[in-house]
Design a protein around this ligand. Structure first.
Ligand code: GLC
Length: 426
């Protein structure tokens, strides 16, 4: 529950990371070759495909090599790594991938190079507005949107067809359908999602708050303790203890653990980001051909809401190779690389025109239907203080979902603390 981020693990990671850096070839080792270090989270699925893209960059840019370093998949752990290293003025990495929620904080701290000039006007017009806003701080852009995420409902087409059910539009329909199927097929969970205490939980909870008509901030006012939010958080708890469609272990799940359960055919419904689809459709996958994807359900009378996620590429202000780093950022976020990453790794492009690309539509027919979900995905508060807010929200939401606090108490406590952080009077 109230665990702190695994600091020890992170410190070890920093030490390991620095040891690894000493093996990286530096400038001048081989003529005028430059090696840029690219840090990023764990690549889901086929890492070799990702490596191929890096090698393509090296072929197209003789004299520049890319050493890539993988950090843990958890966004919270990556954030700790960057805060420790960037704050210390580390020059050990040049290019970094950043969660959509970090850029204003990193930009305000002066840790990133201004990359406003990297994209042309027509490219900017093509990029989804949400990620573009997230990389902008005080009128300048400090990263280039790389891939976009939004919460989706994955469902087992075959199991729904067996009982003649359609993908649910409301949360109550989801509960009914999940119960009907789990009563017939024992040993399968109804609905799994990300319930561990971490950033992913905040993403999930926001989708319930919004789809019940609630919110976190409105016109600068903290509105966490509202009847809508209490209903939403109560509903999440009831999924586990009253409706019993979500197992207790949902409070330990993150994206990858839920993806494994669903991918092994052990759940009817799952909330997750778009990347999972490519993995389910690979040869040998137990659920290949059996998966449908839809917008998340909502409470009756309210629209569906997905949290905006995704990752952006920026440059360490202390990079010793800013020109090579800029070339790499341009390459990795280009239309061509985004298309390749969509086809291989499953990262969804931030360039909107790719959603009508013929190859992508042929290989991932659901991509066209994702466009509007991604366009309407709702951002977490875009603020340099977001990480302080989420560190308040995570334990409070977790306590409500685990049944340790009443939803109303958790929301009231979260509201007071967020007001304090934002300096807003109650
Ligand atoms: C995904 C999203 C990111 C979010 C994270 C939460 O990586 O892209 O925005 O913060 O999941 O676990």
């Amino acid at each position: 529950m109230l665990t702190k981020f695994p600091l020890i693990l992170l410190l070890c990671l920093s030490l390991f990371y620095c040891a690894a850096c000493t093996k990286t070839p530096h400038d001048g080792e081989k003529g005028s070759d430059v090696t840029i270090v690219f840090t990023h989270g764990k690549i889901p699925g086929d890492y070799e495909q990702f490596k191929r893209i890096l090698r393509q960059f090296e072929r197209e840019n003789p004299g520049i090599r890319v050493a890539d370093r993988t950090l843990p998949s958890s966004t919270d752990e990556q954030h700790q790594f960057y805060v420790i290293n960037l704050d210390a003025g580390s020059k050990d990495f040049d290019v970094l991938s950043m969660d959509v929620i970090w850029v204003p904080e990193f930009a305000m701290a002066g840790w990133l190079r201004d990359v406003s000039g990297l994209l042309s006007e027509s490219e900017l017009d093509d990029i989804f507005p949400g990620p573009l806003e997230a990389v902008t701080y005080m009128g300048k852009r400090y990263a280039v949107p790389w891939y976009i995420d939004a919460g989706l409902l994955y469902y087992r087409k075959d199991l729904l067809d067996d009982i003649g059910a359609k993908p649910p539009k409301t949360w109550d329909e989801l509960v009914r359908t999940a119960r009907l199927i789990t009563e017939r097929s024992k040993g399968i969970y109804g609905f799994i999602w990300q319930g561990k205490q971490y950033e992913g939980l905040v993403c999930d909870v926001l989708e319930y708050l919004w789809s019940h008509g609630g919110n976190v901030l409105e016109n600068g006012k903290v509105v966490l303790h509202s009847p809508e939010n209490v209903r939403a958080l109560t509903f999440m708890r009831e999924l586990i203890v009253r409706d019993r469609v979500s197992p207790e272990i949902v409070t330990t799940l993150v994206e990858e653990s839920s993806r494994h359960i669903f991918g092994n055919g052990r759940a009817v419904f799952m909330r997750n980001w778009p990347y999972a689809w490519n993995i389910f459709e690979r040869d040998g996958s137990p659920v290949k051909g059996k998966i449908g994807v839809a917008a998340l359900p909502s409470a009756a009378g309210h629209p569906s809401a997905s949290t905006l996620g995704g990752w952006q590429i920026g440059i360490n202000r202390h990079s010793k190779h800013p020109d090579a780093a800029e070339r790499f950022v341009r390459f990795l976020t280009s239309r061509e690389s985004q298309k390749t990453l969509a086809l291989t790794v499953g990262y969804k492009p931030t360039r909107r025109s790719l959603y009508s690309d013929a190859d992508l539509k042929r290989q991932q027919p659901f991509i066209a239907s994702l466009h509007d979900i991604l366009l309407n995905a709702r951002p977490r508060p875009v603020s340099p203080y977001y990480m302080m807010m989420t560190q308040i929200l995570q334990p409070e939401f977790s306590a409500a979902i685990a049944g340790i606090k009443k939803p109303s108490d958790a929301l009231m406590s979260a509201e007071r603390q967020v007001q304090h952080v934002l300096g807003v009077r109650p």
